[in-house]
Design a binder for this molecule. Structure first.
Ligand code: FAD
Length: 382
């Protein structure tokens, strides 16, 4: 067993950390309060090449190892969570199907500019009546001659107000449930594509989220992203391990920021003649957090290692995502308790960690859905 990062990975971590400290940290409060996507910051960040960390070099990517990719996500989520969500959407789900199934022409037209940050992408699963239950997808595709015709509305889409292209999950037959689901590429200039309402959100507020409408959108035959019809859910599952470990490390980063900030507060806040950090009940919060944080973080990196080795790790990645997120939700709650009434004041960062952490519950699977699946596996049910 070897639990050490390589020298190159340590160096990479420090480089990313320096970038986040310099470029993002000074703007975190402003980004959260502005509730707007910063194109200026996006283009500045894109120049560094990180948007291509998991894509091949021939398209302008870095193609670095999985553990280094996870190091990048962990450092990125120390900064503004909304900005980090936009970046990870572009790197993972937003471009995954295009990188995997797109024709050479599509890759040159969409993937190459996406890696440069010139085009913004997103993924569209969720609809009004279907989130966890993808079998409820009602956005349809019908083949007419040489074109696919898409009709439907997607909700809760990260980057909906800003995206230049999107990968859309649709059904060829709603009565067939998940067996009829497929992904298609849609570009913003295609007739019938439009943007609906933008949502006001509790957290991750600098990533913009909303509705996308597809009204008889006609896409060329080769905008179908897959090898075989009906395998959309299987293809999505093949990237979800990475998404779940990324989410787990995002949780670790947010938890650590919240508790490090609470430590400073506990050391300077005086109650009953002492800094509150002198009281055992306050100390135990830090001790519990520390144990859970270390366990969650190293379990996430173990999953990253398993992905890198090509080992089957579906249940491990689900466990890692679930545990790290629950650890984070507990940590951000404890951090606000340490702050006392000041946790309610918008001028302190504690409330932001508390709000931002909530998004972790949904990406990569809601916890009740993961718990149900994992419980069945552990109980060896059919
Ligand atoms: C900030 C943010 C950004 C998002 N970005 C995107 C995006 O870019 N693209 C996209 O497609 N979607 C996006 N989503 C949507 C997200 O993927 C969904 O919220 C998620 O899939 C859950 O679906 P739902 O909200 O419809 O909840 P539901 O599926 O309706 O679940 C509601 C509750 O019921 C529980 N539940 C559901 N099924 C079961 C079951 N079988 N057993 C027990 N409990 C169950 C859930 O755990 C949850 O507690 C985003 C959401 C947020 C908050």
């Amino acid at each position: 067993m070897d639990f050490a990062f390589t020298e190159e990975q340590e160096f990479f971590r420090q480089t990313v950390r320096d970038t986040i400290d310099r470029m993002i940290m000074p703007k975190v409060q402003e980004l959260d309060e502005g509730e707007e996507f910063s194109f200026e910051l996006w283009h500045e960040f894109a120049k560094l090449g990180y948007l291509g960390i998991r894509h091949p070099e021939e398209y302008g990517g870095m193609n670095i190892d999985v553990i280094s990719q996870m190091i990048f996500y962990e450092e990125l989520f120390r900064g503004d969570v909304g900005f980090a969500m936009t970046v990870t959407m572009q790197i993972l789900m937003g471009t995954y199907f295009i990188g995997r199934f797109g024709t050479e022409e599509i890759k040159q037209k969409v993937l190459v500019p996406a890696i440069k940050g010139e085009k913004i992408g997103t993924i569209c699963f969720t609809e009004d009546q279907s989130g966890s239950d993808l079998a409820g997808t009602r956005t349809t595709t019908v083949l007419e001659g040489d074109e696919w015709v898409i009709n439907g509305t997607k909700m809760w889409i990260t980057n909906a107000p800003t995206c230049n292209f999107c990968t859309v999950l649709t059904t060829t037959d709603p009565s067939q449930g998940i067996k009829a689901l497929n992904f298609f590429l849609v570009e913003e200039d295609m007739p019938g594509f439009s943007r609906g309402q933008q949502l006001k959100k509790l957290g991750s507020r600098s990533s913009v989220t909303g509705e996308l409408v597809f009204d008889n959108v006609r896409v060329p035959k080769d905008y179908f992203l897959g090898e075989e019809l009906g395998k959309g859910v299987q293809y999505a599952g093949e990237i979800l391990n990475e998404v779940r470990v990324m989410t787990g490390l995002a949780a670790c980063a947010i938890a650590k920021m919240a508790m490090d900030d609470a430590r400073e507060y506990a050391n300077r806040r005086i109650a009953f003649g002492n800094p509150i950090s002198k009281y055992q009940l306050i100390r135990s919060k830090f001790a519990n957090f520390w144990a859970w944080y270390e366990s969650a973080r190293w379990y996430c990196y173990r999953c990253a290692w398993m992905i890198q080795q090509g080992l089957p790790c579906l249940t491990e990645c689900m466990l890692a995502k679930m545990f790290a997120t629950e650890m984070c939700l507990s940590a951000v709650d404890e951090a606000t308790r340490i702050y006392g009434g000041n946790a309610f004041a918008m001028e302190y960062p504690s409330q932001r960690y508390f709000r931002d952490a909530r998004f972790l519950l949904y990406g990569g699977g809601c916890h009740e859905v993961l718990q149900d699946y994992l419980g069945r596996i552990y109980l060896k049910e059919d």
